[in-house]
Design a protein around this ligand. Structure first.
Ligand code: GLN
Length: 252
């Protein structure tokens, strides 16, 4: 009986330790992003600015917390949230079924479209040209983005072409400029910024796929998910999110 009792005590102690362990600074919310994705996140005067930075700040304010933004590679965002290194990710991140197995997502706050950037005189004139038998295009993408995933599945794995992966979208665009790749598949808003900065490039009218952006949160933090989702819902309802988006993406 004594043994059982002490075992129960030891177990109870272990459980309470686990429950307390990992508690972070309660006043700080850490948001991870990859500041290579204008106008959602980019560096300006040594600061991370953009739509996600502002929405993240508005959420932190609603929750009464201080926001700290960490700038990391796109492919470390999900692992970082899974290991609770960061509280949440805002990075123009598309909700996909695969990612849903790794993290929780908030409601969506914006839409993205995978588009194709080519040189103005490119023989690639539509999305279909990427899937054409024997086309054998070299497609530049940012590593681990949905552009990478879809082009890998739809084109590289099908033997229709190859995918060149870059750490930054801007590097993929540079490779297009220098003829190392035939096109770049990337989200429409950064695509517009990159094309505006690189004469001789254009975005094809046909779209690859439309996606939803959302905030990624660890599966270990359902309460935080609920809090962030509620704050985001209020910021959508009162027009704050719309105003922030329109500040960076003026209506055409
Ligand atoms: N929306 C894309 C994705 O989630 C790209 C995001 C990004 O490059 N920041 O994969």
């Amino acid at each position: 009986m004594k043994k059982v009792l002490s075992l129960v005590l030891v177990l109870a102690l272990a459980i309470s330790l686990v429950a307390c362990g990992g508690a972070k600074n309660d006043n700080v919310l850490t948001m991870a992003t990859n500041a290579e994705f204008p106008p959602y996140e980019f560096m300006e005067g040594g600061k991370i600015v953009g739509i996600d930075a502002e929405i993240g700040a508005a959420i932190a304010e609603k929750l009464g917390k201080e926001l700290v933004i960490e700038n990391v590679d796109f492919d470390s965002l999900i692992p970082g949230v899974q290991t609770n290194k960061y509280d949440f990710v805002m990075a123009g991140m598309t909700v996909t079924d695969e990612r849903k197995e790794q993290v929780n997502f908030s409601q969506t706050y914006a839409t993205g479209v995978q588009v194709i950037i080519v040189k103005e005189d490119s023989k690639i004139t539509s999305v279909d040209d990427l899937f054409a038998e024997g086309a054998n295009n070299k497609i530049g993408v940012q590593l681990a983005t949905t552009g990478d995933l879809y082009c890998t599945w739809d084109i590289e794995d099908e033997g229709l072409g190859s995918v060149e992966r870059f750490n930054k979208g801007a590097d993929a665009v540079m490779a297009l400029n220098s003829g190392k790749v035939d096109c770049v598949v990337i989200d429409n808003e950064p695509a517009k910024v990159f094309v505006a900065n690189n004469p001789g490039l254009k975005i094809l009218d046909t779209e690859y796929i439309t996606e939803d952006y959302a905030i990624a949160i660890s599966k270990d933090a359902p309460e935080l998910l609920a809090e962030i989702d509620k704050a985001l819902g209020e910021l959508i309802a009162d027009g704050t999110v719309k105003n922030i988006i329109e500040k960076y993406i003026p209506a055409e």
